[in-house]
Design a protein around this ligand. Structure first.
Ligand code: C5P
Length: 409
C-alpha cells in the first residue's frame, strides 16, 4: 500500500518544464520511470545528475527516455550558454529524487560546488526533494534538523516511505514510488499557478505547538504537540500571499520564511497574544494543543519530595481561546483543530458546534502527534469531508485552499 499518494493524476499544465536532479542512491534507478511518466504526460524533463548518481544509473538511459541532453558537470556546455543558470530559468520546478542525506545537508548550507546545488540556489520555481536513505540516516537528529530547516525555507519534501530498504533493513527511508512523486509534483504545478494569490491581502493569525503550565520553577504540565502542522500551515498561508502571525508555544522548529513569530509559554500568555492581535486578523487558525487546566497557584520555589505521601495539585480551567473568539471577533473566519482518540468525526463535530466554528479539522491523536504526515476530516455546515493521508506540508497547502474557497463564498 502506498502511503503518500496525493492525487491520482499526472496531468500538468501545458508547456511544463522541470529539472529532475538525481543524487547518489540506489533508488536512482527509479528516476528512469519518473522520466518516462513525465514525458508521457507531455512534460519536458532536463535531467541533472551528480557524479555519484552516474555510478548507479547511466546518463544514457535518462537521455534516451527524456530525449534531451543529460547534465552531469558544471562546465558542460559552457561555450554556448550559462548552463548552471539557464537550466533552472523558466523551469516550473526542480525535483531532486532520490535526494541523499548529503544532498539535504548541502542544500541547507546553500552550497554551490556542483551543478545541481547551483541550480537549487539559482531557481525561480519550487524545489521538491524525495529523500532516500537508510533508516538510521533518516532518523538521525542531523538529518531531521536539516529537513526541518529545508521545510522552513519553503522546500517541499515528498516522503520518505517506510518499508524494505536496499540495505536489507526495514524502516523509514524508502523513496516514494515514482507514481506518487510524479502525482504530487503535478498536483502542485496545476494548483501552483493560482496558489500564490489565494490569500493575497488577507491577514492570518495562528496558534501552534503546546503550552506549558508551571507547577514550580522547574516542572510543569504540557501537551504532546510538535508544532509541525501549525508551522506548515503558517508557511502555506504565507506562500499563498497572506500576512501571517504565528503565536507559538515552546517548540524548537525554525520560523517559516515571511512569517512573524510570537513566542509564548502558558495558555494565558497565548490567549493574551491572540487577543492583542485579533483585531488585525481576517482568519484565525487554532492549531495549538492548549492545556485545558493550569495550576491554581504555581509554587515560587521548587517543590521538595519530603515524604512518600501523595501530592495533590489544584488545577483551574484555562481560557478557551477559540471559543472566546466567537464572542470577541465573530467577523474573523475561525478554524479549529481537534485531535481525538475515538469517534473522530462525531467528537469533532460536537466541538465545532460548541466553539461555534465554520470549519474544524479533526484527526486521530495517535496518528497525528509528532508525525510528518496526517489524515484529517474537514467538518463544516455541509458535513464531513475526509482527505487522504499526506505529508503535512502538502496537507497545509490543501487546507489553505479549502479555507480560501470557503472565505470567497
Ligand atoms: O483542546 P481542544 O480539543 O478543545 O482543542 C480544539 C481546538 O480549540 C484547537 O483548535 C485548539 O487550538 C483550540 N483551543 C484553544 N484554547 C484552548 C483549548 C483549545 O484555542 N484553551
Amino acid at each position: 500500500m502506498e502511503k503518500h499518494i496525493v492525487e491520482n493524476t499526472t496531468a500538468s499544465p501545458p508547456d511544463t518544464r522541470i529539472v529532475l536532479g538525481i543524487t547518489g542512491s540506489i533508488a536512482a534507478y527509479k528516476a528512469a520511470e519518473m522520466v518516462r511518466l513525465w514525458v508521457k504526460a507531455g512534460v519536458t524533463v532536463d535531467v541533472v545528475m551528480t557524479e555519484a548518481a552516474c555510478r548507479f544509473i547511466s546518463p544514457l538511459t535518462l537521455q534516451a527516455l527524456s530525449g534531451r541532453p543529460v547534465w552531469t558537470e558544471m562546465w558542460q556546455g559552457a561555450q554556448d550558454r550559462m548552463s548552471h543558470i539557464s537550466l533552472s530559468r523558466g523551469a516550473q520546478a526542480i525535483v531532486v529524487a532520490p535526494a541523499t542525506a548529503d544532498f539535504l545537508a548541502r542544500t541547507v548550507q546553500g552550497r554551490a560546488d556542483d551543478l545541481l546545488s547551483v541550480l537549487c540556489l539559482a531557481r525561480e520555481g519550487s524545489l521538491f526533494v524525495a529523500p532516500a536513505m537508510n533508516r538510521q540516516m533518516w532518523t538521525h537528529p542531523a538529518t531531521q534538523r536539516n529537513v526541518a530547516q529545508l521545510r522552513a525555507d519553503g522546500v517541499i519534501t515528498l516522503g520518505p516511505d517506510a518499508g524494505e530498504l536496499a540495505c536489507g533493513e526495514t524502516g523509514e527511508g524508502r523513496m516514494l514510488s515514482p507514481e506518487a512523486i510524479v502525482a504530487a509534483v503535478s498536483a502542485h504545478l496545476v494548483e501552483g499557478k493560482t496558489f500564490g494569490r489565494l490569500l493575497a491581502g488577507r491577514r492570518v493569525l495562528l496558534t501552534a505547538g503546546p503550552t506549558f503550565e508551571a507547577i514550580d520553577p522547574v516542572r510543569g504540565l504540557t501537551n504532546r504537540s510538535s508544532g509541525k502542522m501549525g508551522f506548515a500551515l503558517a508557511q502555506a498561508a504565507a506562500q499563498a500571499g497572506a500576512e501571517v502571525t504565528l503565536v507559538a508555544g515552546p517548540v524548537t522548529l525554525p520560523t517559516p520564511s515571511g512569517v512573524t513569530r510570537v513566542n509564548v509559554v502558558s495558555a494565558q500568555e497565548m490567549a493574551n497574544a491572540v487577543f492583542a492581535r485579533i483585531d488585525r486578523a481576517d482568519i484565525f487558525i487554532g492549531v495549538a494543543a492548549v492545556a485545558d487546566y493550569a495550576l491554581a497557584a504555581p509554587a515560587d520555589q521548587k517543590l521538595k519530595k519530603e515524604t512518600n505521601e501523595t501530592l495533590t495539585l489544584t488545577l483551574r480551567p484555562t481560557i478557551d481561546i477559540l471559543a472566546e473568539l466567537a464572542q470577541r471577533a465573530p467577523r474573523v473566519f475561525r478554524v479549529g483543530f481537534a485531535a481525538e482518540s475515538q469517534n473522530i468525526a462525531a467528537q469533532g463535530e460536537a466541538k465545532r458546534q460548541r466553539k461555534n466554528l465554520p470549519l474544524l479539522i479533526a484527526n486521530r491523536a495517535q496518528d497525528a502527534i509528532n508525525a510528518d504526515d496526517n489524515e484529517v476530516i474537514l467538518l463544516d455546515d455541509n458535513g464531513a469531508h475526509p482527505l487522504p493521508r499526506m505529508d503535512k506540508s502538502l496537507l497545509a497547502r490543501r487546507l489553505v485552499e479549502e479555507i480560501a474557497r470557503r472565505l470567497s463564498r
